[in-house]
Design a protein around this ligand. Structure first.
Ligand code: NAD
Length: 262
């Protein structure tokens, strides 16, 4: 028996990177999984089937677009109708855009606030009634070191991540007596497609080479001079799902190689 056997986890943005690692770690502990995110249908299907065969659980994919409140509610409803409950909700979908503020495209601001912040409000709103009814729940939001400190050229991302840290604390207080915890995890730089994709724009914004961006911008922020791994982030989320973490709520847990200690 895994520690999540019989439970269901919805993980937004789980077709890639950190989200996929959360989904696989929770499936390994016996949870049925609602995958969510974009990508080629054949790639998503491969990950879905991989989870089912590797961990002997069930997995479905919700194509919900995290900019669309009705689709987010439908994703939670899909978990409840397919598996009977949504016990663990991981808000993780996120995008990045790097630009000086005066050139920052308005539609990129709107998209980042919608996907990185508002989607968590909509999914929590939809999942909490079932969690309250069953008297147990775990809500985990992927924030970022950028929920605690800022970097230039990331106005929308830093705003959304500071916002999700506040949402986490508020929800934790509201649910404190219902055996539902709400925490956020704040990674430093994790080597995923999201980080890889922002390198060209940072090269442009700061007039740097790729190596300079990796060593002087990304790893410069991290005293350990190493990237965090997706498996390390997933292991922390798994800990938050267990009984040992029942008194951890409203916390913002850094996993950032010392970045925010500076
Ligand atoms: P990623 O690009 O590998 O994955 C992002 C996921 O979000 C993908 O599954 C993608 O399909 C999904 N997504 C994007 N837009 C969506 C939309 N409109 N609707 C539904 N799904 C959507 O990125 P990642 O690095 O794994 O990032 C995951 C989370 O971790 C993000 O919230 C990010 O801000 C946060 N984070 C990442 C790092 C890092 O260094 N990689 C550091 C701190 C925080």
């Amino acid at each position: 028996m895994g520690k999540l056997t019989g439970k269901t986890a919805v993980v937004t943005g789980s077709t890639s990177g950190i989200g996929l690692a959360y989904a696989r770690a929770m499936a390994k502990e016996g949870a049925n999984i609602v995958l969510n995110g974009m990508g080629k249908p054949e790639d998503i299907e491969k990950e879905r089937v991989g989870i089912e065969t590797d961990f002997k659980v069930k997995a479905v994919h919700s194509p919900a677009d995290m900019t669309k409140p009705a689709e987010i509610a439908a994703m939670v409803a899909l978990g409840e109708s397919t598996f009977g409950s949504v016990d663990v909700l991981v808000n993780n979908a996120g995008i990045q855009f790097v630009s000086p503020i005066e050139e920052f495209p308005i539609e990129k601001w709107d998209a980042i606030i919608a996907i990185n912040l508002s989607s968590a409000f909509h999914s929590i709103r939809a999942a909490v009634p079932g969690m309250k009814k069953r008297g147990w729940g775990r809500i985990i939001n992927t924030a970022s070191a950028h929920s605690l400190v800022a970097s230039p050229f990331k106005s929308a991302y830093v705003s959304a991540k500071h916002g999700i840290a506040g949402l986490t604390k508020t929800v934790a207080l509201e649910l404190a007596t219902f055996k539902i915890t709400c925490n956020c995890i704040s990674p430093g730089y994790v080597w995923t497609p999201l980080v890889e994709k922002q390198i060209p724009d940072t090269m442009k914004a700061r007039n740097m080479t790729k190596e300079q961006v990796i060593n002087d911008v990304l790893l410069d922020a991290q005293p350990t001079k190493e990237f965090v791994t997706v498996e390390q982030v997933a292991a922390l989320a798994l800990f938050l799902c267990g009984d040992d973490a029942s008194q951890i709520t409203g916390a913002n847990l850094s996993i950032d190689g010392g970045w925010t200690a500076e």
